[in-house]
Design a protein around this ligand. Structure first.
Ligand SMILES: [Zn+2]
Length: 130
């Protein structure tokens, strides 16, 4: 992936940053997903499970780098297209900006986390449907 880079984030741990500007609507990250069997999923460590997503049909996939490092924001600059498996810009993104998504739109299993995104509209606790 040449358009984004993983670096230290002010929000949480590592983050993904734009290496160039993106126009609204442009694909920022294509997921390079690895599908897992139930057995493979069960063998993952808790921290690795954090990077998985489960579909309604039961398919489980693991997010590799860099997409696994995309942080949540209550005011994201990308949205996921879960069907086509990519994140696209919902506004123009400047070079150097952190790429942010809304985990509530991703199918993150057991989503329940404190948010530190700094947005005025921050929900503080991120759960599905809040
Ligand atoms: Zn927030």
């Amino acid at each position: 992936m040449v358009d984004v880079v993983v670096n230290e984030s002010n929000i949480h741990g590592k983050g993904v940053f734009a290496k160039r500007g993106f126009k609204k609507g442009e694909i920022v990250i294509r997921y390079n997903l690895k599908f897992l069997t139930k057995e493979e999923f069960a063998k993952l460590s808790e921290s690795e499970k954090h990077y998985t997503s489960k579909e309604e049909n039961g398919a489980i996939w693991l997010f590799p780098s860099p997409e696994r490092y995309v942080n949540h924001s209550c005011e994201p600059n990308t949205n996921p297209n879960l069907k086509e498996k990519f994140d696209f810009a919902i506004r123009d993104i400047k070079k150097g900006e952190e790429i942010l998504t809304d985990y509530r739109l991703d199918d993150v299993p057991d989503l329940n986390m404190k948010c530190n995104c700094g947005s005025k509209h921050c929900k503080k606790i991120i759960r599905k449907g809040n």
